[in-house]
Design a binder for this molecule. Structure first.
Ligand code: FAD
Length: 427
């Protein structure tokens, strides 16, 4: 692949107005990129949330720990939007979209009023919502999810209230578990699968993290599903698991994944499959509407469909969408990456695992906390998980970005640092 791919929209007229629904990592980055690329037309960002756009990753980490303020997690300074002539409509829910000959009509509700406005181009950046439990008792107010800052406020108010049961051993659940332990809460994680993070990381990384969480004092129950949430006199009391054991709980945090918000795309008749289906240019099935970030479903070159829920994906797709709107070449997509901080465990992932044919784990014998799991397909490096090894992560990410993909035999000698084996001169 060359550094840039041609956009098939290269000759489409540059729109005079763009509306972006959703003002979070993807939407704000798109607006920013359009201005940085010299776009002078109207940009309107619509957000259902009443807050200025903020970062979500700290909500389960520094923010919950009290080490970040609501101001420090803002994606941009409050003055940024006016300075950049970006119209930001917060507290505004888009209810209906209609394609018209010259663009799109957007019907939204704000301050109890309904209005309709027309724009030349539409970008969906509607993200995802946290999945909820549907068990008996799961509608209790102390059964919480964590997706937005209001959820985080509710959770922060409950950390000292008594034992916490986290349902789901995914990233959000494990980050909250680690943070809550740091703050002194008694924490139990119950995970239905036979290992943690089953969809996201390989078995070596999963078992290392399992040991780390148990080492922090968290009880982790694998292969365990909640059956009922019990309360007495209004207060939450326990989670009953299959088999009958009752785990004391003052608060339940449900971390069982997120569901793409596809309602508006469905209204427009766009193809959805767990998310809004997009091509490599972020075009949806009508070839005109663009969609970016957590609300999307990608289609790989081999035709496989997958979703990415990460800040990196939101940023990359925002850059792609900006190029498409401006009729410019689409930037080359680098290997996706992700991070997760769980207590003192720092996990960084680059590339996509799954579909690999072999793997190799490198452990620094002098610093065993540093582990790198490497994944290969057809003898070529495709992905890596780095635990507590940020320097290795930088080297691996750079190698994948420039398509330097050696096989396992070239990377197996743990006596030689990855920097030496993969440094630019080896590419
Ligand atoms: P979202 O952030 O979901 O934003 C979509 C916005 O659209 C929302 O504000 C929503 O209200 C709005 N919206 C939807 N429908 C409408 C409508 N009809 N009208 C108006 N507005 C609407 N990623 C990492 O890479 N690393 C991490 O460590 C990490 N930690 C995380 C921790 C937590 C607690 C959470 C919740 C997420 C974390 N993520 C992390 C994931 C990351 O935050 C998401 O990938 C990212 O927020 C996706 O951005 P987005 O703009 O696509 O969607």
């Amino acid at each position: 692949m060359t550094d840039a791919q041609d956009s098939s929209e290269a000759k489409a007229p540059v729109p005079q107005s763009v509306v972006v629904i959703g003002a979070s990592h993807a939407g704000v980055q798109l607006a920013d990129r359009l201005r940085a690329e010299g776009y002078t037309g109207e940009i309107t960002l619509i957000s259902h949330e009443c807050h200025l756009p903020y970062q979500r990753p700290p909500l389960s980490k520094a923010w919950l720990k009290g080490e970040a303020s609501s101001e420090s997690v803002l994606l941009r300074d409050p003055a940024y939007y006016a300075d950049q002539k970006i119209e930001l409509l917060t507290g505004t829910r888009v209810e209906q979209l209609e394609r018209v000959r010259d663009g799109v009509q957007v019907r939204f509700a704000r301050d109890g009023e309904r209005r309709t406005r027309q724009f030349d181009r539409l970008v969906l950046a509607t993200g995802a919502r946290a999945r909820r439990l549907t068990l008996p008792g799961a509608d209790h107010p102390d059964v919480l999810v964590l997706r937005d800052i209001d959820h985080a406020r509710s959770l922060a108010g409950r950390v000292q209230a008594g034992p916490i049961v986290v349902v789901g051993g995914g990233f959000v659940g494990l980050e909250v578990a680690a943070t809550a332990r740091t703050l002194g809460a008694a924490v139990t994680v119950i995970e239905a699968g036979e290992r943690l993070l089953a969809r996201a990381v390989g078995p070596d990384t999963a078992s290392t993290l399992l040991a780390a969480h148990r080492g922090m004092g968290t009880e982790v129950l694998l292969g365990t599903a909640p059956a009922e949430i019990l309360h007495d006199h209004g207060g939450l009391r326990a989670v009953r698991i299959a088999g009958g054991r009752e785990i004391p709980a003052a608060t339940v945090l449900v971390g069982i994944g997120a569901q793409a918000r596809t309602e508006l795309a469905e209204q427009l008749g766009l193809e959805c499959d767990g998310g809004v289906v997009v091509d490599e240019a972020c075009r949806t099935s009508d070839g005109w509407t663009l969609a970016i970030g957590d609300c999307t479903t990608h289609v790989s070159d081999a035709g496989n469909r997958y979703r990415l829920e990460s800040v990196d994906n939101a940023m990359e797709q925002a850059h792609t969408a900006a190029a498409v709107l401006l009729g410019r070449a689409i930037p080359k997509r680098t290997a996706p990456w992700f991070w997760s901080d769980q207590g003192d465990q720092k996990l960084q992932i680059t590339g996509l695992i799954g579909g690999h044919t072999s793997m190799l784990v490198r452990v620094d014998p002098e610093r065993p906390r540093r582990r790198v799991a490497l994944y290969f397909s057809g003898g070529a490096l495709v992905a890596a998980e780095c635990l507590n090894s940020p320097a290795d992560f930088v080297v691996l990410r750079a190698a994948l970005a420039r398509d330097h993909r050696p096989g396992p035999e070239a990377l197996s000698d743990t006596g030689v640092p990855l920097k030496k084996l993969l440094g630019p001169s080896r590419g």
